[in-house]
Ligand binder design. Structure first.
Ligand SMILES: Nc1ncnc2c1ncn2[C@@H]1O[C@H](COP(=O)(O)OP(=O)(O)OP(=O)(O)O)[C@@H](O)[C@H]1O
Ligand SMILES: [Mg+2]
Length: 453
């Protein structure tokens, strides 16, 4: 396969010479003088680039930025820096920042060709991996859920993916907010990246430059200009996780970015247009935060254009067996072993538990159980104590463990048990089960028919 090399060089003679020599040696070249165009190519994850050769000093975008973007968007692609006498110090700094090697002008062509061949050879396995990843169809991540609230949510996800409006995702910890954000991006057809940032994990004084980037001289310690995550997410989606923790001082800047579709790097007033879909999430009550003066009301409304609420797992117990199945299959695929059976009693305990940590807690419990399970099946003994001893609905569990029940029978028992708890109030039972009333009626009819035969 012919390797594709991107040459970024504003000096025409140099650019043409590099192209010619590399072409003669059997490489495909793309030579650009305009660094902005180079950035576009580097950030386009469908573009195949096996190596980048860049000049250090160019008008407009600098070699630094080419390098930073290549490192961020395609870590597998080596960057060679060509530098004139007098900028060697700078080139050394670029090697520290991840450039593969620097070559000083004037250089001998064999020197350049050797460097290119070596860089390509060393990075071949990485580039191969990246190629496979690119060619894999990006299947929307699977969100498991058949309960009514989850079906409603899936429907809203599909519909909101079609628009560019800002989405605010709320829900308890571990309910799957990030998964929902990814699904929106996957289904949106936007071809940029999905860029997540956790607003609570970044020190308040760095968050602005993390989001919007900074110029070289913006603050002490900021030696090199750096693109922010909004730029990385251009044509893609930025996911602002834990948005409730965004410092008040940064909130107006985010608001401006949302309203104007443009950002300013820290240290400059120059605006830069970006095409970014914004999805935010929080497990706090943002309206309450607004009331307490910790969150700007205007920003809240700007974020809350489409609101998706991810239901807690305890509000949709009918999804639990499906999720258990899903996580067991996932684990067995990873370990290349046949999926473990779950004993009915185990499944009954899992279904009756209240899951304060939601799907994440369930996933962890299954992973742990699989790691500890000595045999071919999962038993209550493989579950963490807090779950095994949670009591759940003891009668229900005892009954289901008496004989070998099928998943369907467990579901039936669970539904009937819930109906007993609500003294036959079907609306209330449907609510507790996370089922719509129609489905509950249908199931009850089926159970009646079965008993009759
Ligand atoms: N409906 C679902 N189907 C399959 N996997 C799920 C589902 N919901 C959550 N998960 C899995 O559970 C784990 C936790 O989900 P995620 O990180 O999206 O939760 P979160 O709401 O962002 O949590 P937190 O508020 O703590 O950040 C992930 O591994 C995710 O893949
Ligand atoms: Mg999360």
């Amino acid at each position: 396969m012919t390797e594709r090399i991107l040459i970024v060089e504003d000096d025409q003679a140099m650019r043409e010479m590099l192209s010619e020599i590399l072409n003669d040696s059997g490489y495909q070249t793309l030579a650009v003088l305009d660094a902005a165009e180079a950035l576009k190519m580097i950030r386009d994850d469908r573009a195949v680039l096996d190596l980048v050769i860049t000049d250090v000093r160019m008008p407009g975008v600098k070699g630094d930025e080419i390098l930073a973007n290549a490192r961020a968007c395609r870590a597998e692609t080596p960057v060679l820096v060509i530098t004139a006498f007098g900028t060697v110090e700078h080139a050394v700094e670029m090697v520290r920042a991840g450039a593969y090697q620097y070559i000083t002008k004037p250089f001998h062509m064999t020197e350049l060709l050797n460097a290119v061949a070596e860089a390509l050879e060393r990075t071949a396995p990485l580039r191969e991996q990246a190629r496979l990843r690119r060619e894999m169809p990006s299947a929307p991540r699977r969100i498991i859920g058949a309960s009514r609230p989850m079906r409603n949510l899936l429907d809203l996800i599909a519909r909101s993916a079609q628009s560019n409006s800002t989405v605010l995702i709320t829900g308890e910890s571990g309910t799957g907010k990030e998964l929902v954000a990814q699904a929106i991006h996957d289904l949106s057809g936007r071809n940029g990246q999905f860029v997540p940032i956790n607003c609570s994990a970044i020190p308040a004084d760095l968050i602005e430059s993390e989001l919007f980037g900074h110029t070289g001289q913006a603050f002490t310690g900021a030696k090199q200009a750096r693109a922010g995550l909004f730029e990385t997410a251009d044509r893609g989606t930025i996911f602002l996780d834990e948005i409730g923790d965004l410092p008040l001082a940064v909130q107006p800047k985010l608001l401006r970015a949302l309203q104007e579709g443009a950002i300013r790097r820290v240290g400059t007033n120059a605006e830069q247009r970006v095409n970014v879909r914004v999805v935010a999430a929080t497990n706090r009550d943002l309206e309450e935060e607004v009331g307490e003066g910790r969150f700007r009301e205007d920003l809240f409304w700007r974020l809350n254009v489409i609101h998706l609420q991810v239901p807690a797992l305890r509000q949709r117990p009918v999804d639990i067996p499906l999720l258990v199945d899903h996580f067991i299959n996932k684990a067995s695929e990873l370990s290349r072993r046949p999926p473990l059976d779950v004993s009915p009693e185990t499944l009954a305990i899992l279904t009756a538990y209240s899951w304060p940590g939601n799907v994440r807690e369930l996933e962890n419990a299954i992973e742990r159980a699989i790691a500890l399970a000595p045999g071919a099946g999962l038993t209550p003994n493989d579950l963490p104590d807090r779950i095994r001893n949670s009591g759940g609905s003891a009668a229900f569990i005892a009954r289901s463990s008496e004989r070998h029940l099928t998943l369907r029978e467990i579901e039936r028992d669970y539904i009937l048990e819930t109906l007993r708890k609500t003294s036959g109030n079907k609306t209330r039972a449907a609510e507790l089960l996370g089922l719509d009333r129609k489905t509950l009626y249908r199931k009850l009819d089926e159970y009646r028919d079965e008993e009759a035969t």
